[in-house]
Design a protein around this ligand. Structure first.
Ligand code: SF4
Ligand code: SF4
Length: 56
């Protein structure tokens, strides 16, 4: 399991510093999660203003 950032992402960057394992980085058109590093903590989903990160 890992969180995935959906297309709703507006690239605000708020989630990146919240991730305890630095799994989030800026992608071409949205932020992206390194599925291999994500520990499913949910911090990104909690801070995101548009609910873009979802658990998959
Ligand atoms: Fe990082 Fe937690 Fe979001 Fe996974 S769920 S990307 S570990 S903040
Ligand atoms: Fe995208 Fe939400 Fe992260 Fe902002 S907090 S960069 S909108 S996923």
């Amino acid at each position: 399991m890992a969180y995935v950032i959906k297309d709703a992402c507006i690239s605000c960057g708020a989630c990146e510093p919240e991730c305890p394992v630095s799994a989030i980085s800026a992608g071409d058109d949205k932020y992206v999660v390194d599925a291999g590093a994500c520990i499913d903590c949910g911090a990104c989903a909690n801070i995101c203003p548009v609910d873009a990160p979802v658990a998959e």
